[in-house]
Design a protein around this ligand. Structure first.
Ligand SMILES: Nc1ncnc2c1ncn2[C@@H]1O[C@H](COP(=O)(O)OP(=O)(O)OP(=O)(O)O)[C@@H](O)[C@H]1O
Ligand SMILES: [Mg+2]
Length: 572
């Protein structure tokens, strides 16, 4: 053995040395590679940081849109009742979930963004300085049906996915909190909540109920000692999600799931009137340090149908004025904006100047909250006995009903309502409507809810056949039963508001719609009615004789409160 070492010892040392050198070189290379990779990454990161800093140092002036945005709830104009409700729902000791309904651009998002700050100012409020306001937009929120990613509710990042990191390679599922958990202890604001996917809506309802997000994963094993304690805790007890929900939507209440609606306080924002638009414009101009000519202001209020449109017009007009080196907005500048934007004036239906035969002011609601007066016109041309026809124009022939998931087409209810009206006039007033070509028209292209225009249609036809003018300062709403009774309708307060704005002095409403708040109205006469007879006696002016004569020809039928007249002795 010794001989062997004596003989080959030198060679073995050389071989050992060579191996040591090779291994040394290998590790040295490896280290150098790592070092140079680190240096490259470091240099790259340094370069990117400098680039970012440079980009951040570039600042454009503050956009006009953010300058003009309401800064406190008091800056949200024309929504006093809605804001009051919002305050009482969220700023007290027991905040509630809320849904804000309203047409586009009337301050829903603006108000929702401000309410948490207002709530924090209240010492009783459970919200505190750390309470978060988390805003998500349901129109752009995407989720994965397999639960890989869910930015609203939260999801579990399973270890099989790329980028699962160290926990992934250890086979540990990782819970990822969504907006519901991020909003814990504060407010979760879901803008355009009506657009939320039905599946997300159901999951959200569950979270509202449990006040926590329960997550599941096929990769979770409760006995696995490798899984960190906090992940065990999350899978066992859920992620905390105790927040108050504020949803905003332009949809109508009936388009939202009843389960969500029943958990929330519903608040309605109104369409803005001219005087509100005027105040929004003046506030925006004050923030921009611009002045405006009176006729330019009138032009904006005439065309802007909501707050956003008004502010946009102001921004464009201010931009044009700046280019002309002026700090004053003039009418020609506003006209430029209006022509370019192809705006059309807001519908401004005014009653006729004098009582007119066959023209009745009806009242309608469109969208969730907007009331308007509508003109109902009727003409009746005598036709060959029994050969008369009837036409109705200005209403939708067919309408799509329902939304989310199910919809069907139905014949316009307006046509059915006309049949009712003609039956009542024939059976109760002895007017043989078949002796006339009757044309009913709803000008203005405003969506008409046929049944609630029932008494307006009856009055218009009656007036046109008997040639009696209708009070031009009176408006009416009410459904007509085939027995001549007036049935209740919806949206009475919005309709009365609309009538007031149009300069109406008397409003006929169904007696069943009467409510205590109507007693405090002193600038208009509100007339509750039970039957068509009461409607006609209040609505027709002047030649009442003719109607009395007609009544004389008929005999009373049924209880007096029904006011029905039947079985004519003579056809008119
Ligand atoms: N009532 C208002 N008072 C003051 N400013 C308003 C009002 N309504 C709208 N604005 C202006 O219009 C902008 C847009 O309003 P906001 O985003 O709140 O509308 P929205 O009701 O949420 O509309 P949408 O349904 O289209 O989202 C606001 O930033 C504000 O400048
Ligand atoms: Mg909005």
């Amino acid at each position: 053995m010794n001989d062997f070492f004596l003989q080959y010892g030198g060679i073995l040392y050389i071989v050992q040395f060579i191996f040591a050198v090779i291994i040394g070189l290998y590790f040295w290379n490896l280290l150098k590679g790592q070092q140079s990779r680190k240096t490259v990454m470091f240099r790259e990161s340094e370069k990117e940081t400098i680039k970012l800093k440079q980009m951040r140092s570039i600042k454009l002036s503050e956009p006009l849109s953010s300058l003009t945005r309401p800064k406190s709830l008091a800056d949200v104009i024309g929504q006093e009742e809605g804001i009051d409700m919002l305050r009482s729902a969220l700023c007290g000791a027991n905040p509630q979930h809320v849904i804000i309904y309203g047409p586009p651009g009337v301050g829903k998002t603006a108000a929702a963004r401000l309410v948490l700050e207002e709530a924090k100012a209240n010492p009783w409020s459970p919200f505190n300085a750390d309470s978060k306001f988390v805003e998500v937009d349901a129109t752009i929120m995407r989720f994965d049906e397999r639960n890989i990613a869910d930015p609203l509710i939260g999801s579990v990042h399973d270890p099989i996915y790329q980028g699962a990191g160290a926990m992934g390679s250890a086979g540990i599922p990782q819970p990822k909190p969504g907006a519901c958990t991020k909003a814990h202890g504060g407010i979760l604001f879901i803008d355009e909540i009506g657009e939320l996917h039905p599946m997300q809506m159901n999951k959200l309802l569950k979270v509202l109920e449990d006040r926590k997000v329960l997550l599941e994963s096929a990769y979770y094993n409760e006995n696995d000692p490798n899984i960190p304690a906090h992940i065990h805790d999350i899978f066992r007890n859920g992620l905390p999600a105790d927040f108050r929900l504020v949803g905003a939507t332009t949809r109508n209440p009936e388009e939202l799931p009843p389960a969500l609606r029943s958990r929330c306080l519903e608040i309605f924002f109104k369409p803005l009137e001219k005087e509100h638009i005027q105040r929004i414009v003046l506030n925006a101009l004050e923030r921009l340090n611009f002045e405006i000519d009176d006729d330019a202001l009138t032009e904006i209020t005439r065309f802007a149908s909501n707050g956003r449109e008004a502010v946009n017009m102001v921004q464009l007009a201010a931009g044009i004025a700046q280019m002309e080196l002026k700090l004053r907005i003039t009418k020609p500048i506003v006209e430029k904006v209006l022509n370019n934007g192809r705006f059309s004036p807001r519908p401004d239906i005014k009653p006729k100047e004098r009582p007119t035969v066959g023209v009745v002011n009806g009242l309608a609601v469109y969208g969730a909250t907007a009331g308007t007066i509508i003109e109902v016109e009727a003409t009746s041309i005598p036709a060959a006995a029994g050969k008369g026809t009837w036409t109705v124009t200005g209403v939708i022939e067919e309408e799509q009903v329902g939304g989310a998931g199910h919809s069907y087409t139905r014949k316009s209810m307006a046509k059915g309502a006309v049949e009712n009206v003609l039956t009542v006039l024939r059976s109760r007033y002895g007017i043989n409507t078949r002796n006339y070509d009757i044309h009913l028209n709803f000008p203005g292209g405003i969506p008409v809810d046929g049944p609630s225009a029932g008494i307006s249609m009856a009055t218009a036809v009656y007036s046109s056949i008997t040639d009696q003018p209708v009070d031009n300062l009176l408006a009416m709403t009410g459904e007509l039963s085939v027995q001549g009774l007036v049935r209740p309708v919806g949206g009475i307060l919005s309709k009365i508001d609309a009538a007031r704005r149009a300069g109406i002095k008397r409003v006929i409403i169904p007696a069943d719609n009467w409510m205590a708040t109507l007693e405090s109205i002193d600038d208009m006469e509100i007339i509750p009615v039970r039957n068509l007879d009461e409607v006609l006696s209040r609505a027709l002016v002047g030649e009442v004789k003719k109607k009395t004569a007609l009544q004389a020809k008929c005999r009373w039928h049924g209880p007096k409160h029904m006011g029905g007249l039947i079985a004519p002795d003579n056809d008119i």
